[in-house]
Design a protein around this ligand. Structure first.
Ligand SMILES: C[S@@+](CC[C@H](N)C(=O)[O-])C[C@H]1O[C@@H](n2cnc3c(N)ncnc32)[C@H](O)[C@@H]1O
Length: 200
């Protein structure tokens, strides 16, 4: 495991090494007082950036199934006295305890979704996201394009934006935004896409 720059442990490869957080967070048009969730936060660098650089005063949830990531986020919270950060150790496909129905304005999920395809838990994951998101809230998923290229997850677990639309439509969530020109520069083009969903 490569140790992320912020020293926090991550179960998987932190995107801090190859994706520009600001490029991602700018897509979200945060106003600064939303209830925001970094779902599958890993080392938490995106949640921390929202708190620190975007002067976020709303609630920020950092959620991950990996206990060490959440322990490190708890240490960060205590050391920096960040009252509006809530760290939750949870498997998103089994439900996120302590998060009320329709209570989150913005969910961001970077390089996590392909894992649900691998574990055949896509519906369980989307069902939980649909439960927690507010009626006008946004679910932003950033993941690798469905290309057969060496960097990133194996091709069979990648999903195209069109497939994503189908997965989310089953849960009454509609695509409201798609950016296919985002991520790392690789020989084939931009490595990622960012797709956003809202309740129908
Ligand atoms: C490749 S890392 C990406 C981490 C971070 N989002 C980033 O961009 O650096 C995937 C993260 O998702 C978490 N994860 C995978 N499946 C999960 C699940 N079912 N529930 C919660 N977290 C999960 C992993 O523990 C890991 O921290």
């Amino acid at each position: 495991m490569m140790m992320p720059e912020n020293g926090h442990r991550a179960h998987g490869f932190s995107s801090a090494f190859f994706l520009d957080s600001d490029e991602i967070l700018r897509e979200l048009d945060l106003e600064g007082d939303e209830t925001f969730m970094d779902a599958g936060c890993g080392d938490g660098h995106n949640a921390i950036k929202v708190l620190e650089d975007y002067n976020h005063s709303g609630t920020v949830y950092a959620v991950d199934v990996y206990d060490a990531s959440i322990e490190d986020m708890e240490t960060y919270k205590k050391e920096n006295n960040v009252e509006n950060l809530i760290n939750i150790e949870a498997d998103i496909t089994e439900g996120i305890p302590g998060v009320e129905d329709a209570s989150v304005d913005v969910v961001l999920m970077v390089n996590v979704f392909h894992g649900f395809k691998a574990s055949r838990k896509i519906d369980e994951a989307i069902c939980e996201l649909a439960r927690i998101i507010k009626p006008n809230g946004k679910i932003a998923i950033m993941d690798y394009k469905a290309w057969d290229v060496p960097n990133g997850p194996p091709t069979p677990v990648r999903s195209s934006p069109e497939e994503m639309e189908e997965f989310f439509a089953k849960h009454n969530l509609k695509k409201v935004y798609l950016n296919e020109e985002i991520g790392e520069d690789i020989p084939e083009g931009k490595s990622h896409y960012l797709i956003m969903f809202q309740k129908k």
